[in-house]
Design a protein around this ligand. Sequence first.
Ligand code: GLY
Length: 327
Amino acid sequence: MSSRRNFLKRSAILSSLGGFFSLQAGAFSLRGKIGAATGPVIISTWNHGLPANEAAWQKMQEGGSALDAAEAGVRVPEGDPNVMSVGYGGLPDADGYVTLDACIMDGNNQCGSVACLENIKHPISVARRVMEDTQHVMLVGEGALEFALSKGFKKENLLTPRALKAWQSYKKELEKKRSIINIENHDTIGLLVIDGKGEMSGACTTSGMANKIHGRVGDSPIIGAGLFVDGEVGGACATGVGEEVIKQAGSAMVVELMRNGMAPEEACKEVLRRIVKTNGKKIDFQVGFLALRKDGRYGAYALKRGFNFAVYDSKGNNLIDSPFMKN
Ligand code: GLY
């Protein structure tokens, strides 16, 4: 039997022991349909979510928690120099510095975050240390770097020759536009997990908007904007132009709308409607949300065509095109 099938079998045993049973009941009638999962599920933004999901799933197979899985998953694009919107190899700010934002949260309201962190390849792991080793939620800039070094993280140059070259050639275009999201078909990675016990966690990490003003922080490290998880309801994460997500408290709002009865996809769409309303008719930027309800039902919505997301559940690891607004 493959290790994945073993894992599913183990999850089924756990379910029968009761840890996950109450969740199964809610999702059972949705079995087999896109948008609903039974047992463990991982959902993450963009095509770089596929390898991230693999790593997260592997971590759960090894006995890791939802929190371990969320961290392990997003570390993959963080460490991949070909992903130019996250971690190592990320596109630099207007002054040529690669500055990283990340946060992590579990279903019990525990969270940690770092913003404008330089020279550390895995900001998500620093965010987890903030959550677990301090009484704070968020560390920024130099202080975040000093904290990371004190925890044994290594200082590295994150600006790859490829990112520098790409930034130089996009620079003129970027001065006119707010972002290049969709050009390479990815941006932030946000990842949400329900493990075999029905525990939930999420992680979100990015190098932020390319060519941003030095010191700019987007939505990704802001708890409630780029990511929010409530074990009683579900979780949500965001991608796209962070300023628009922050203005709506985007991910917390998606979760709140689900708490009040909206389906995941509808909750994502409602927050986007509010973004459209406050911006008037002309929308020349991308924002997308992902939502995962505690019963395993998931959904997504984007302002523009081009957003996709990866789902790993009992049906395998699949990339799905998100629905989008017709504006
Ligand atoms: N959503 C990523 C950013 O705006 O920085």
